[in-house]
Design a protein around this ligand. Structure first.
Ligand code: PHE
Length: 333
C-alpha cells in the first residue's frame, strides 16, 4: 500500500484531524509500529531497502504534522483578534536625572582641558573635611558649614564639601595634577525651597608650578562659556579658609546673553561658584612644597546651576522622584 502518497496528500487545518492522523501513523498500534514489527520477517537481502522505506515514511509523517500544525496556528490567529499590523505599545526607557545630566556636562567640559575625576568617601574624618583645609578646631569658619556629626572624639562627619577629596588626592599623589571631585555633600540645614540637607558639589583643583590667578579666571571663563553659551563673569572678593585670595564668581544673564538654555533672561548677575588660590598652609598639610607649587581651587553646587538652567523653583523637586519631572529630561543624555 502506498502510505507515502497518502501522507503527502493528507491536508487539514483542524487540530483533531491532525491528531487522528498522528495516531494513525505514529500511535502505539499505528502503521509505523506495524511496519517495524513486520521488519523481522523481511528476507535479509531486502532488509536494507525496507528499512530505508520505513524511515523515509516516518520522516514524511513527522514533517507533515509539523507543517500542518504551523498552518493551523496561523489560521487560528487570523480568526482571533490578534492584529499584527497594529502599532506596538511604546517601550518606555528611563531617563537621566537632571543633576547627573549637568554633572556630566561639567565633567566633559573640564576633561577637555586635562582634568580627571577623583573620588572620596562621604563619611569623613575631621582632618580631611576641616583641619587639613586650614580650619583647625575652634576656627570660626567651621560655622560656615553646619555639620552632621556621626561620632565625636575623634570626629567623624558627613562631608560638608567635596574639598575633602582634594586632601585625599593630594596625600596620595605628587603634583602637577588637575582633578575634579563631584559628589554628594551634607549640611545640617532646614529643608526649604532653596536649601537641602543633602546636595551635590563639583570641585576642581589644579596644582603646578607657577599657576596664577589669571589662569583661574581664564579657566572659569572657558567653563561658563562652554556651559551657558556666550557669557560674562565677574569675580567678587570673598573668604574661604583654604584659599587666599578667594573670590565668588557671578555670571551675567542679561538680555543680550545667548544661551543654549531656557534661562530667564535679564536676571542680571547670578552667583554660581566659589574659588581662590590654594592657601600655602593647605599645601604644607599634605606635604607639598608651597615654594615650588601653587594652584587654584573652585567649587560649585550642582543643584543651584541646574535650577538656574532649567528654571526649577524648588530644590526639593530633585529628590521627590516625580516621574513627570524626570520625563521632561528623557531627550537629554
Ligand atoms: N568648599 C567650598 C564650599 O563648599 C567651595 C570652594 C571650593 C571655595 C574651592 C573655594 C575653593 O563652599
Amino acid at each position: 500500500k502506498n502510505y507515502l502518497q497518502e501522507v503527502e496528500q493528507f491536508t487539514s487545518i483542524k487540530s483533531d484531524e491532525i491528531e487522528l492522523f498522528r495516531i494513525k501513523y505514529l500511535g502505539k498500534k499505528g502503521i509505523l509500529n506495524d511496519l517495524f514489527t513486520q521488519f523481522k520477517e523481511v528476507p535479509n537481502e531486502q532488509k536494507k531497502e525496507y528499512g530505508q522505506q520505513i524511515n523515509k515514511l516516518k520522516q514524511a509523517v513527522t514533517e507533515k504534522i509539523e507543517s500542518l500544525k504551523e498552518t493551523f496556528s496561523v489560521e487560528n490567529d487570523k480568526n482571533s483578534d490578534l492584529d499584527l499590523t497594529r502599532p506596538g505599545v511604546p517601550y518606555s526607557l528611563g531617563s537621566r536625572h537632571p543633576i547627573h545630566i549637568i554633572r556630566n556636562k561639567i565633567i566633559d567640559i573640564f576633561k577637555k582641558i586635562g582634568f580627571s575625576v577623583a573620588d572620596g568617601p562621604e563619611i569623613e574624618d575631621d582632618w580631611h573635611n576641616f583641619t587639613a583645609l586650614n580650619m583647625p578646631e575652634y576656627h570660626p569658619a567651621r560655622d560656615m558649614q553646619d555639620t552632621f556629626f556621626i561620632e565625636l572624639n575623634p570626629d567623624r562627619v558627613l562631608r560638608t564639601h567635596t574639598s575633602s577629596v582634594q586632601i585625599q588626592y593630594m596625600e596620595q599623589n605628587n603634583p602637577p595634577f588637575r582633578i575634579l571631585s563631584p559628589g554628594r555633600v551634607y549640611r545640617n540645614e532646614d529643608i526649604s525651597a532653596r536649601s537641602h540637607c543633602m546636595f551635590h558639589q563639583i570641585e576642581g583643583l589644579y596644582i603646578d608650578s607657577n599657576v596664577s590667578f589669571a589662569d583661574l579666571k581664564h579657566t572659569l571663563q572657558y567653563f561658563t562659556t562652554e556651559l551657558f553659551g556666550k557669557s560674562e563673569i565677574r569675580m567678587r572678593p570673598s573668604y574661604f579658609p583654604f584659599t587666599e585670595p578667594s573670590a565668588e564668581v557671578d555670571v551675567y544673564w542679561g538680555l543680550e546673553t545667548e544661551t543654549d538654555y531656557r534661562i530667564t533672561k535679564g536676571t542680571g548677575w547670578l552667583e554660581i561658584l566659589g574659588c581662590g588660590m590654594v592657601d600655602p598652609n593647605v599645601l604644607k598639610n599634605v606635604n607639598i612644597d608651597p615654594d615650588k607649587y601653587s594652584g587654584f581651587a573652585f567649587g560649585m553646587g550642582i543643584e543651584r546651576i541646574v535650577m538656574l538652567m532649567y528654571q526649577f523653583g524648588d530644590i526639593r523637586m530633585f529628590t521627590e522622584n516625580d516621574i513627570r519631572m524626570l520625563q521632561q529630561f528623557s531627550q537629554e543624555i
